[in-house]
Every structure is written in structure tokens, then in C-alpha cells.
Design a protein around this ligand. Structure first.
Ligand code: FAD
Length: 406
């Protein structure tokens, strides 16, 4: 088996890479190798509409099955790549087959960070990354009433919102002193804490877990370091992810927290690209710091970058990061990167549940968190790209952010 392009990972980035190659008239052979049994599907609904039962699986597939056949993209599913041989240009599958490539695109995403505390192997403890993580939770939902979510990041909070909607008692345990601490500024954290509390979610901040305990191998609760106990028949752990890069690192690719890539998504191995959650890249919107982004935007845009490079039309990756999160009736859109801001202003009224937190650094807008405020998000993105110097007063008083671009 030999292909002009082998893509490892049938997720957002892998699927988009094949789509972009064909859109750019790439005529060579393409194979996507993925360890899940499903054709590529969207991951965000797993903690939103799919988890809530509002969207069936067919509606979250990235493309219908027939699409891949029509585009002559070979799908090797339920197949895991365990090693890469860059000298021979082959990858080895878990069943021992060797597959040859001219170009390799590593799009293996990430896997949930595991909580290695006593009791966290009991039944009823779940992680949330794949369809196969979510389906068992949905199946067992009727049998549980008290659910603990460990980790107050986006995924944990989205899951909490869905669970409240279906009437479960939900407790969020967060180790830091605010939710969303890694991804947003304090005003947004406090807003979401208050929203969740008003919806009946119990949020415990600054909490360290001692252990999970149970009966008959099944979890019945979690004990905190201070001795406090919370009951739970289901625990969902959402404490971040680890990039899935080991086979590539073992093959000699440079990297540690992710595989390092240049602006064309090239790794240090010849004709080998890495894209999506697993790719560590120098990002202009992070002050050229080496970062990994865990978002659909990054997966799709890096896929397009790698495809362009393979098609002989290299275009450097330079997209403004963006992300979204749906909780209750709140639609959050984040654009840019908030880290390293030295100032912020709030546009609109938080109490009206439609506002934006605008982050600045040295007088320029670097990021916005827009809650039910699509217009600010779209226009704020242009403001970030423009790198224009603006004042706090202008940002607060402008009726439309686009006025500041003039
Ligand atoms: P993935 O989509 O994870 O795809 C990687 C694939 O590779 C997986 O199928 C994996 O099983 C497979 N794989 C791994 N190792 C191997 C191997 N050795 N051999 C073969 N296959 C392998 N982003 C947003 O922008 N907005 C959101 O609202 C949002 N919500 C999210 C909600 C949830 C519950 C989750 C889990 C993620 C969410 N994200 C969201 C993040 C977004 O889904 C990811 O950033 C995106 O999926 C990354 O795409 P990827 O292709 O890099 O990785």
C-alpha cells in the first residue's frame, strides 16, 4: 500500500486536509488513517447538541460517507498508526501492516489528560473527547441523578449546561480560583460562574480532590482534600488534553508539548506535516510564542496550509484564532488570544447578557470574548488584524467597532 499523501487522524484537521487537497486539484492518491470507527465527524457537538440529544450523529458528520468515495479518498478506519519510519517513508499500523507515503500529514489531535488519583478507574468515571466517550454517558443517563464535572474549562461547563437542562444535579469542581482561568479573563469567568449558579449548578472553586469512592466497582462520590464529600453516580473529567504525537517524536520529529512545525506546518522530518491540536507553532497572535491551539479554526486553517504546501503553492499560516462555546442561551465567540493583555474594557452590559470583553496590549486590541454579540466579534477581528492603536474610551463608546477602523 502506497499513497502520495497519507493523513494520520480522521478528525477535523485530517478531513479538511483531504478536502483542501482535492479543492486545489491535487490528483495524487490520498489515504486517511483513523483509529476511530466513524467517518470524520465534528467534535464540538459532543459537549453540546449531540450530548443533549438535539442532533443525531448523521448531522454532525463533516461530510457524508459518499463524499470520500467521490473524491477518491481512501478511508482506513479503526486503524491506529503505532510507528513512523521517515527513512523508508512508511507508517506501521496496529495490525502490523506497512503503508508507504510520499507526504505524511500528522493530524492525530489529542487525548484527554487522565486524573491519576485513587478511585478514578471506577465505573461511572468518564472523559469527553470521542463519540465512544459520549454514547455510554447518554445510555446511562437515566440511572444517574448527581453528576460531578471535574474541571471548569469550556468542555466541562458546556457539559454542565446540558446536564442541568435535562434536570440533573450538577457540581463543578475546579482547582483554580475561577472557571475558564486558562482561556479567558476574570470578568468572563465571574459572569459564567454566576450564570451557572443561577441555573442551579454548584460550583466549588479552589478545590483539590483526594479520591473517588464507590460501591460494587461503581463511583458513588468524590472526596476533597479538606474531607468534604460530594455524591455522584457519574463523574466527567475535563482537565485538558495531551497532544497525540508519540510515534512522530519517536521517529525523530522535534517537539515536546506537540510536534514543532514551521509556518507551512512542516515538521523537522522530510515531507512530513503536522496540523491541528497536535501541532506546536509560532503564532503571531501570541507574540510569536510557540503554542498549540485546540480549536476547529486552527485545525481547518492549518489543514489548508499543509495542503497548499503539498500542492506547490506554499502560503504561511497566519490566521486569527477564534473559538466558540454554547452554554444555555449564551453564545460565546472568542477571537484573538487573551493571554498577555495589559488592559481590557467591557462593551455593553453584562446584566443584559449581551456584551464583549475587549483585551488590549500596548494600546492595540488583541482579543475579544463576545457573549451574544456577533457584530463585535466580526468587527473586532478586523480591528485585531489592523493592529491599530485605539483608546479605552474609543473602545467603550464606539457604537460599532468598525468605526474605529476608519
Ligand atoms: P481530532 O478532531 O481530535 O482528530 C484526531 C483524530 O486522530 C482522532 O479521531 C483520533 O482518534 C485520531 N488518532 C489519534 N492518534 C492516532 C493514531 N496514532 N493513528 C490513527 N488515528 C489516530 N473547538 C472549537 O473551536 N469550538 C468548540 O466549541 C469546541 N468544542 C469542543 C468540544 C469537545 C467535547 C471537544 C472534545 C473538543 C472541542 N473543540 C472545540 C476542539 C476541537 O474539536 C478540536 O480542536 C479539533 O477537533 C482538533 O482537530 P484535530 O483534527 O487536530 O483532532
Amino acid at each position: 500500500m502506497n499513497y502520495d499523501v497519507v493523513i494520520v487522524g480522521a478528525g477535523h484537521a485530517g478531513a479538511q486536509a483531504a478536502i483542501s487537497l482535492r479543492q486545489q486539484k491535487f490528483e495524487g492518491s490520498i489515504a486517511i488513517i483513523g483509529d476511530e470507527p466513524e467517518f470524520p465527524y465534528e467534535r464540538p457537538p459532543l459537549s453540546k447538541e449531540y450530548f443533549a440529544g438535539e442532533k443525531p450523529f448523521e448531522r454532525i458528520m463533516i461530510r457524508p460517507e459518499i463524499f470520500w468515495q467521490e473524491r477518491d479518498v481512501v478511508m482506513l478506519l479503526s486503524t491506529r498508526i503505532v510507528s513512523v519510519n521517515p527513512q523508508n517513508r512508511t507508517v506501521r499500523t496496529n495490525s502490523g501492516s506497512e503503508i508507504g507515503y510520499s507526504n505524511l500529514i500528522w493530524a492525530a489531535g489529542a487525548s484527554p489528560r487522565k486524573l491519576s488519583l485513587p478511585g478514578f478507574t471506577l465505573e461511572g468515571i468518564h472523559y469527553l473527547r470521542n463519540r465512544s466517550d459520549v454514547d455510554p454517558m447518554i445510555e446511562n443517563m437515566d440511572a444517574v441523578q448527581d453528576i460531578i464535572v471535574v474541571g471548569g474549562g469550556y468542555i466541562g461547563l458546556e457539559a454542565a449546561a446540558v446536564l442541568r437542562k435535562i434536570g440533573k444535579k450538577v457540581t463543578v469542581l475546579e482547582a483554580l480560583d475561577r472557571v475558564l482561568a486558562r482561556v479567558a479573563g476574570e470578568p468572563l469567568s465571574r459572569f459564567y460562574e454566576s450564570e451557572h449558579r443561577s441555573q442551579g449548578v454548584k460550583i466549588l472553586l479552589g478545590q483539590n480532590i483526594l479520591e473517588a469512592f464507590g460501591e460494587d466497582k461503581h463511583v458513588t462520590g468524590v472526596r476533597l482534600l479538606d474531607g468534604h464529600e460530594e455524591p455522584a453516580q457519574m463523574v466527567i473529567v475535563g482537565i485538558g488534553v495531551e497532544p497525540a504525537v508519540q510515534p512522530l517524536i519517536d521517529a525523530g520529529a522535534e517537539g515536546s508539548n506537540g510536534v514543532y512545525v514551521d509556518e507551512y506546518c512542516r515538521t523537522s522530518l522530510v515531507d512530513t506535516y503536522a496540523i491541528g491540536d497536535c501541532a506546536a507553532h509560532s503564532n503571531a497572535y501570541a507574540g510569536n510564542e510557540e503554542i498549540r491551539l485546540e480549536s476547529v479554526q486552527n485545525a481547518n486553517d492549518q489543514a489548508k496550509t499543509a495542503a497548499s504546501a503539498i500542492c506547490g503553492n506554499p502560503l504561511p499560516y497566519d490566521a486569527v484564532p477564534w473559538f466558540w462555546s454554547n452554554q444555555y442561551d449564551l453564545k460565546l465567540q472568542t477571537v484573538g488570544l487573551f493571554a498577555k493583555h495589559d488592559d481590557f474594557v467591557i462593551r455593553g452590559e453584562m446584566s443584559a447578557r449581551s456584551f464583549s470583553v475587549v483585551y488590549m496590549r500596548e494600546g492595540r486590541v488583541t482579543a475579544l470574548d463576545c457573549v451574544n454579540s456577533v457584530r463585535d466579534c466580526v468587527q473586532g477581528k478586523a480591528l485585531i488584524e489592523s493592529r491599530k492603536i485605539v483608546s479605552r474610551d474609543q473602545l467603550k463608546s464606539a457604537s460599532a467597532l468598525k468605526d474605529l477602523l476608519k
